[in-house]
Design a protein around this ligand. Structure first.
Ligand SMILES: NC(=O)c1ccc[n+]([C@@H]2O[C@H](COP(=O)([O-])OP(=O)(O)OC[C@H]3O[C@@H](n4cnc5c(N)ncnc54)[C@H](OP(=O)(O)O)[C@@H]3O)[C@@H](O)[C@H]2O)c1
Ligand SMILES: [Zn+2]
Ligand SMILES: [Zn+2]
Length: 336
């Protein structure tokens, strides 16, 4: 099969990925082999390629927003048949034995393996994955390229949303309005939760209003009209933490979505932190992924993607890094 291989990390502009012919992945007894139809492009792929995150195997195939069709099943597989539509996301596998795995919190498993980082991912014609970590997608009435962004921003956004413990009637703040915040806004809308979006660019302010936010502006320039029950910060900007805390009601929760952040300073404990909680999102887990996909059909989604041929992946990664794709979600088409 053909696969894009990364052997050594380097700036994406130096084109470190190579398209090569490699053996088809072996399908273990509890695994399914998936013929990849599309794989969404994520900034994390660039962080791995460039060395912001360590290289965990070499060569490695990147890509963790995978939508495809089951093409071979191992002899112990029960949940999937050949021809089923299936997806693979960031969680490739976990140990199934530790205290976290035994309490449905495999996102904290010390043996958590990430797709397209610890194990080969979706910028290839096929991938083999244990059936326990494959998402069934036969029930999702969307095109494969529309499903791909659900696999990372969608699931991660839903996981961050759950950490807020927001319920019907709550007021939820969203700081930053990228693809992840978009999905949270749609889940909140479905659940009868009001959304207050603080983002800097006019494009994102207008986007948030168009998608149904109750209020959208840059809160560093225009004060939010009310206190919030919970909030999520999406960009890696530690300087947003204290202003976001100051906007919370007592008992409110602030969730940090990023994987890294600039320094966080809280100057006024009594005013801004006392009586509030801060949580951070750490990877994703299976029940979040499955719950989100069971909800997708009820969400009023309007997903637009820029699609590119498989052979152009290396160019697309450069475009994504520069923020030059037409749509916020870039998707690589691997097969029809
Ligand atoms: N924790 C996990 O396991 C996990 C898993 C998946 C994703 N994530 C994280 O989820 C986050 C969301 O990703 P995303 O791609 O949807 O969003 P993003 O592009 O990283 O950021 C969202 C928006 O935040 C605003 N922004 C950027 N820098 C800012 C700054 N310094 N101050 C204020 N606003 C700023 C931008 O909008 P404006 O220009 O309009 O302000 C941007 O569109 C990422 O940080 C990603 O790492 C985490
Ligand atoms: Zn991702
Ligand atoms: Zn475990």
């Amino acid at each position: 099969m053909r696969a894009w291989i990364l052997e050594e990390q380097a700036k994406i502009e130096t084109r470190p990925l190579k398209l090569e012919e490699v053996p088809l992945p072996h399908t273990g007894d509890d695994q399914v082999r998936i013929k990849v139809l599309v794989c969404g492009v994520c900034r994390t792929d660039i962080h791995i390629a460039e060395g912001d995150l360590p290289l965990k195997k070499s060569p490695v195939v990147l890509g963790h927003e995978i939508v495809g069709v089951v093409d071979e099943v191992g002899k112990n597989v029960k949940r999937f048949s050949i021809g089923d539509r299936a997806g693979v996301y960031w969680l490739y596998s976990s140990c199934k034995k530790c205290k976290y795995c035994l309490s449905q919190r495999e996102n904290y498993c010390p043996y958590f393996k990430a797709t397209g980082w610890d194990e080969d991912g979706g910028y290839a014609e096929y991938i083999s994955v244990s059936e326990d970590y494959v998402l069934p997608l036969n029930h999702v009435q969307l095109e494969p390229d529309e499903i791909a962004p659900l696999m990372c921003p969608g699931i991660a956004g839903y996981a961050a949303f759950k950490l807020t413990e927001a319920q019907k009637g709550y007021k939820l703040g969203l700081y930053g309005f990228g693809p992840t915040a978009y999905f949270v806004l749609k889940v909140a809308e479905f659940m009868g939760i009001e959304t207050y979006v603080s983002t800097r660019s006019l494009k994102n302010i207008e986007g948030a209003k168009r998608e149904g936010a109750n209020w959208a502006a840059d809160s560093s320039k225009e004060k939010m009209p009310c206190k919030l029950d919970a909030a999520i910060i999406f960009p890696p900007a530690g300087n947003l933490v204290e202003p976001a805390l100051s906007q919370l009601e007592k008992g409110g929760t602030l969730v940090m979505a990023p994987v890294s952040a600039s320094p966080i300073v809280i100057n006024n404990y009594s005013e801004n932190l006392w009586g509030h909680s801060i949580k951070s999102l750490y990877h994703v887990k299976r029940d979040d992924a499955e719950e989100f996909f069971n909800m997708v059909g009820s969400l009023n989604l309007n997903i637009t993607t820029s699609q590119f041929p498989f052979e152009e992946l290396q160019d697309v990664l450069i475009l994504v890094k520069q923020g030059k794709t037409e749509q916020p979600n870039a998707v690589i088409k691997v097969a029809d």
